[in-house]
Design a protein around this ligand. Structure first.
Ligand SMILES: [Fe+2]
Length: 334
């Protein structure tokens, strides 16, 4: 009998694993019998696991929550952790809906300029490619793992998601840069509140921030609590505070020393050999570890296509740097 949780190498990537699900019921039953298997596969793949054939979840959203449980203490309830309540699934509050359709109405990012590389390929490297982030890094402690399901994807040559391997990026960082950034912190903030790089450059007035919006300092180098591996932990553009940061203790602002360091780190982090381009089919799911990977969305034609993706986040094991901390958003609400 074949093992429904068997992991193959992920084609087109230097990290990650692939599970082709043939029978969703047998797969879910196997994850319940052996709840340690998928988290172990995720850790073995430097925090990236691709699954296909999960179309049945679209009709039974509770299954997504069920599949999320082995990844940590708490599958987050977005009514308690996000300011964007229009993005919360109406029946299952653990599901965050990413869609250009109403009521979410979240537009895709703009195309890079130029939209393609000279060889016709998709640009992946910062700053040609923008929007690289790790989920909800403006909360402390941030969530550990995300599960991201394609309910109705864009056509496969649009609306891809790019993932970068923070472990490989850290391990290949020049020694002098490693020594410089270890112990430093980035300043993370909720997007589209006027603190993003482009907004600051455009002179937009920053909005008041809610209790879930940060800004929050986070270590630039995170030590994974299970594998012990170090990984770069950074965002750019909209999810760093470019007024007070982006790097704690360095000259602030979009042209300061902090900005220069962040650019150098992000250019390295998103080198093509560290990046996986995920083209989506319905029923595909990517599980990613926010402690050791970053990701970004790509453009799709939102006039012609309605895209619907569902995401859960699992919280509860951020590592020693956060030991004993109260949740920032609860403390701010109290
Ligand atoms: Fe994200």
């Amino acid at each position: 009998m074949t093992d429904p949780l068997a992991v193959a190498p992920l084609p087109g990537a230097n990290f990650g694993g692939l599970i082709r699900v043939a029978d969703v019921a047998a797969f879910v039953a196997a994850t319940e019998r052996q709840p340690e298997r998928l988290p172990a596969a995720l850790d073995a793949g430097h925090g990236l696991l691709m699954l296909s054939g999960l179309n049945a979840i679209s009709k039974d959203p509770d299954l997504l929550v069920q599949l999320s449980r082995p990844f940590g203490r708490e599958v987050e309830n977005y009514r308690e952790t996000t300011s964007r309540l229009e993005m919360v699934h109406p029946d299952v509050p653990q599901i965050f809906v990413v869609s250009n359709l109403p009521p979410v109405s979240f537009p895709p990012p703009e195309r890079p300029d130029p939209p393609f590389l000279p060889d016709g390929g998709l640009p992946v490297q910062f700053p040609h490619r923008r929007g690289w982030h790790t989920d909800q890094s403006f909360r402390r402690p941030p969530p550990d793992i995300s599960l991201f399901l394609a309910v109705t994807p864009a056509p496969r040559d649009q609306g891809q998601t790019l993932y970068a391997d923070g472990v490989a990026a850290w391990e290949s960082l020049p020694a002098d840069l490693k020594a410089r950034v270890e112990g430093m912190q980035g300043l993370h903030v909720a997007p589209f509140r006027g603190y993003g790089e482009d907004e600051v450059r455009a002179g937009k007035t920053p909005q008041p921030l809610g209790p879930r919006d940060g800004p929050q300092p986070q270590p630039i180098v995170r030590v994974h609590p299970v594998t012990g591996r170090k990984a770069l932990y950074l965002c750019e553009q909209e999810q760093m505070d470019w007024i007070n940061g982006p790097i704690v203790g360095l000259e602030p602002g979009v042209d300061g020393a902090g900005a220069r360091l962040l650019y150098a780190l992000m250019i390295h982090y998103t080198r093509p050999e560290f990046v996986y381009v995920k083209a989506w089919s319905a029923g595909d799911m990517v599980i990613y570890d926010n402690r050791s990977t970053i990701h970004t969305a790509t453009w799709f034609d939102a006039e012609r296509h309605g895209r619907v993706m569902w995401r859960t986040t699992v919280w509860g094991n951020p590592g020693a740097a956060y030991a004993g901390e109260a949740r920032s958003w609860e403390a701010a609400l109290a």
